[in-house]
Structures are given as C-alpha cells and as structure tokens.
Design a protein. Structure first.
Length: 239
C-alpha cells in the first residue's frame, strides 16, 4: 500500500496549489490535497476548526504524513495535536502556532473581520489582484509563481474566503505555543531564505518541539512549495 501524504493549502489557495509538489513525489506515495472548507470546491461548506479536523481524519489512513503551508500549516498543527496517534510525521511550511498574546489576537480578529467584509464587497478577480500586491510575505515571488498563484485564487469565491477568514484566521483560532511540547511525532519546519518573519517563528518553534528539524530553502520566499516544489517534495518524502 502506498504511503499517504495529506497536503493542506494556504489561505486564498486550493488543493491544486500542490500540483507541482505532487508531480515530484515518488510513485510509492499517495498524495491527497483537499480544498479546505471555505476554499475552492469546499467554499459552500460550513467552516469551523472541528469540521476541518474531522475532514482530515476521514480523508487519511493511519500513519500518514500531514503537510501544511501557512494557514494550512496552522490547521495541520491543530489536527496533529488532535490526531497525533494516527500521524507518522508533520511537515509545516511557513507556518505559525498562532498569536499568543490575547490582546494582539483580539486586534487581529478585528482586522480579519474588516478584511472579510472587504472581500465580500469585491469580485474574486479584484481581491486576488489586491491580495497579491499588498501581502508583504509574498513579495519577491517570480512571475511564473505569481501567475500560477493568481490562477489558483480564482478558483475561490469571496463568500467562501470571508467565511474561512472569520473561522480559521489567525485571530479566530487559539494559540498553540503552550502545546508544542505535547507533539511527540517528528516535525519538519520548512521556511524560505527570504521569509525572515516566519524564519524567526520557525526557530522559536524548533526550540519548543521535542523532535523538530528546521530546514531553510535557499533563495525562496514564504510560499516555498510554489517557488521550489522539487526541494519541498524531497523534504516531504526523503530517500
């Protein structure tokens, strides 16, 4: 039986964003890249953390490798804590355990609500262009990556993205910083060399996780899997 890998995309993306990574995985692996609730084909589904974790549990077999990027990484961390006995390994790309300070998290939740309201007033085309031009962690992406990411964002709907932001955004979910020592499975933290913000976060996480490896991918930014899919595939499925 093929070893299973479950891949969770970031906010504004869909499962299709993993296509280039999946193409580089050895044939002995079975890759599953669902659309997270609020995104793509799952845009109309009710969105909440428990439902997302249940989706992952239903999708995957025992001892799978769970991979998540950005928002998907934060969700993967929540899922790993809930489903730890069923996981072989966790891989987080440009991810964070959330915002630890309650007041800062409250401000972020309020900011996310304002953004959700703005998204609902736009077409998906207008929002996709604005998101790519104003999100600082995405700066410096090559043109080919920008084009593929834009095409992927157009698979979403404003209503779906707004609901995902309200229910699954950084301001909505509790911080997992205090729970990192609970993870007893191997965790690989992947960050791009240009992604200084999440590089610093990954360094802090590595010091608190019992079994963590931190890998910095040269010349890459926040969306490492889009910029360097071959390198990410090798890190997900080594050997």
């Amino acid at each position: 039986m093929a070893a299973e890998i479950v891949l969770l995309h970031g906010f504004t993306h869909t499962g299709a964003s993993w296509d280039a990574v999946i193409a580089e995985l050895p044939e002995r692996y079975k890759a599953l890249a669902p659309d997270i609730r609020g995104h793509g084909a799952a845009a109309a589904l009710p969105v909440n953390l428990r439902a997302v974790i249940d989706d992952i549990a239903e999708l995957s077999a025992d001892r799978c490798t769970l991979v998540g990027y950005s928002m998907g990484g934060r969700l993967a961390l929540h899922a790993a804590l809930a489903l730890q006995s069923r996981l072989h390994r966790l891989v987080l790309i440009g991810a964070s355990p959330g915002i630890e300070d309650p007041e800062e998290r409250k401000r972020r939740r309020e900011s996310d609500e304002r953004l959700a309201q703005e998204i609902e007033q736009e077409t998906i085309e207008d929002f996709a262009r604005r998101w790519a031009s104003t999100t600082t962690v995405l700066a410096g992406q090559p043109a080919r990556v920008l084009e593929r990411a834009h095409a992927d964002r157009l698979r979403n709907t404003p209503t779906g993205l707004a609901s995902a932001l309200r229910a699954l955004g950084t301001g909505a979910l509790p911080s997992l910083w205090p729970r990192l020592p609970e993870l007893q499975i191997p965790v690989t933290l992947i960050v791009g060399e240009r992604d200084q913000k999440f590089g610093a976060i990954a360094g802090q996480m590595a010091r608190q996780l019992p079994h963590a490896d931190l890998v910095v991918v040269p010349a890459a930014g926040h969306a490492v899997h889009l910029e360097a899919p071959q390198a990410v595939a090798k890190l997900i499925a080594p050997g």
